[in-house]
Write a protein of this length. Structure first.
Length: 433
């Protein structure tokens, strides 16, 4: 295995895009706690006995703020309301920043990632109840939520609005480049390689790379009417220098609610799972083996794709279809609302949670919620697959948990927070090393 930065030892923390090492003073603005000293971490799973977000929620977002030196958590849905509180985490301690102003309105199912080019945590899209008005989120009569099209940055313990796609037609909004349409459950990750970003019609990406955004559920026609039609996006967008850019690259089938992160060990952007509207209503077409139909409502994607140098490559597809027939090589069946993060300490992509609908099979519980943890292993001859690393035991299967790797000097573990299942919504903080 190789480290993220050449010549840097396993477990060393770094600043993506520059190779700048983090110091012991990387924790900013937190009160209480002294790094990890008060909460020693053993190998495997550990539950932190510390107060965190005050209410259980699913589909919130976490990202590590490399400029300020802590994990940022925002949003989520409690089952009855959308959360607008921002939290910081470092060294085993949570700190609430409250409902900041300005701030994105309370929401869930948004994309959130570190933006190493603009030195900020980037947030886009999501679903809310319309509290932000038409200037933030687009009403969707097909669902119980509004689709959001605004872009925000977080740095220095504060949110700042970057641009807003308004109601999808520009009403009351402001664009920054080719802004994605309002949508929920897109996937987003930072890619530090300039050559990956200057592709598909984009030629001005800086040496520090870009943030990629793929997928998401959007309004296709008759928006905000009784006959609204929604579908998934298959467009790949880039964000750098505080502006969006649309690419012409083609690859994975359109989808929402998948997982995506940059795999520093293998040198590519990795996308896995999700659900697609392409098979809704009527018979399901496999889309090249990438779409698995379980009911008339949902179609879960069981494929893994990599992106490097402007080329999408399907790494594996299909553990089984819903009749039990083998359809490909991926260890796991179709899963959506799963969470991916690159574990710099172990040098692999870590996956936890989601829903696959299987009953007490394929690392899922009696209701189909995934409790297994997996790592991505690339094959020497090309292609890769998932390998089980641990059954959490103390945790339970859950849908849409938030997940991030915390590279702080006294942390260096994957954090998993929140999510929901048939038993309710969770606020427990778990870490995996």
């Amino acid at each position: 295995m190789v480290s993220i930065v050449a010549g840097v030892a396993l477990g060393t923390s770094f600043y993506p895009g520059t190779g700048q090492l983090l110091s012991n003073t990387s924790y900013v603005g937190l009160s209480g706690g002294t790094g990890g000293a008060s909460c020693p971490i053993a190998t495997g799973w550990s539950q932190f006995p510390v107060a965190g977000p005050s209410q259980g929620e699913a589909a919130g977002g976490m990202a590590y703020d490399y400029l300020d030196g802590y994990v940022v958590y925002f949003g989520g849905y409690t089952g009855s309301s959308y959360v607008s509180t921002t939290w910081e985490y470092s060294g085993g301690c949570w700190k609430s920043l409250g409902a900041l102003s300005p701030s994105p309105d309370g929401r869930s199912e948004f994309a959130m990632a570190w933006d190493g080019t603009d030195s900020q945590v980037l947030l886009f899209g999501g679903a809310d109840n319309g509290g932000g008005g038409v200037n933030q989120c687009l009403a969707s009569n097909s669902y119980y939520f509004y689709m959001c099209g605004d872009t925000w940055g977080f740095s220095g313990a504060a949110w700042h609005a970057i641009c807003n796609n308004g109601d999808g037609a520009g009403t009351g909004g402001s664009t920054c480049g080719t802004t994605p349409p309002p949508m929920n459950a897109p996937m987003m990750a930072y890619d530090p390689v300039q050559g990956d970003c200057n592709q598909g019609g984009v030629t001005t990406a800086p040496s520090t790379g870009c943030v990629f955004l793929f997928g998401g559920l959007k309004c296709t026609s008759s928006c905000n009417t009784a006959t609204e039609v929604d579908s998934d996006s298959g467009t790949l967008y880039e964000f750098f220098s505080n502006a969006w850019h649309s690419t012409t690259l083609t690859g994975p089938p359109a989808r929402d609610f998948g997982g995506m992160t940059y795999d520093y060990n293998d040198g590519y952007l990795l996308l896995y799972g999700g659900e697609t509207s392409s098979c809704n209503a009527g018979s399901c077409t496999y889309l090249g083996g990438s779409c698995v139909k379980d009911t008339a409502m949902s179609n879960y994607c069981d494929d893994a794709w990599s992106l490097t140098g402007g080329t999408w490559t399907q790494q594996c597809q299909g553990k089984v279809d819903w009749k039990g027939s083998t359809v490909g090589a991926c260890y796991m069946p179709g899963t959506y609302a799963t969470a991916l993060a690159y574990d710099n300490y172990q040098n692999y992509v870590f996956d936890f949670g989601g829903f696959n609908g299987w009953v007490s099979t394929y690392d899922s519980d009696a209701h189909g919620y995934v409790y297994g943890a997996f790592k991505w292993v690339a094959a020497p001859a090309g292609g890769g697959d998932w390998t089980a690393v641990s059954n959490p035991g103390a945790t339970v299967g859950r849908f849409a948990p938030a997940e991030v790797y915390d590279p702080g000097t006294n942390d260096q573990y994957v954090i998993v927070l929140g999510g929901s299942n048939s038993g309710g919504y969770y606020a427990t903080t778990y870490v995996f090393r």
